[in-house]
Design a protein around this ligand. Sequence first.
Ligand code: FMN
Length: 184
Amino acid sequence: MNEVLKSIYERKSVRRFLPDQLKDEDILAIIEAGNQAPSGHNTQPVRFTILQDAALIDHINDAAKEVMKDSEVDWIRKFGSSERYHLLHKAPTVVIVSVRSDVYSPVADAAAAVENMLVAAHSLGIGSVWVGLISAYFQLPEANEKLQIREGYKPLYAVCFGYEDPKKVLAKPSRQPDVFDWIR
Ligand SMILES: Cc1cc2nc3c(=O)[nH]c(=O)nc-3n(C[C@H](O)[C@H](O)[C@H](O)COP(=O)(O)O)c2cc1C
């Protein structure tokens, strides 16, 4: 199997990280992988904010969980109230993915960039997880200023990065086998 397919097939969400920080060159390689993603009408609307301030990462967790406690969705309320749950999994590096507000396919553009980053991270031996629940934090008026989101951009996702804790390795969930119809 070629290396690209191997990384795609092996990639899984990692939620237990070692505290060790990643190398800057690896982070830059991951960001560039996100930047290489396709975008609708080639608008290239995605920006990346790299967070490595543990106090800010913890603050985002605390503030988002307060919002999640009031969610109409049962399982989100439960995460919000759980002592053990950390929204950003105490990752040493978190990347916020923002998209220009004026493009026609912002969610797809951001998602393409995120997936490229997840696969790139795996290929470098770095664990990652896509965090959509950070939308709870983005609802707060403070969010854009704290995250230094540029004018005209909207933050959509967070992605956590770090080395997987070898003592707390979780298996990748299995995939459904029957997922295509073939017309020919
Ligand atoms: C749009 C999206 C949002 C997600 N949000 C979260 C999240 O907030 N927290 C989290 O721990 N995982 C999140 N995930 C990761 C999924 O839970 C994970 O991809 C799924 O369980 C399959 O596991 P795998 O990534 O190991 O294959 C998200 C994934 C996607 C695609």
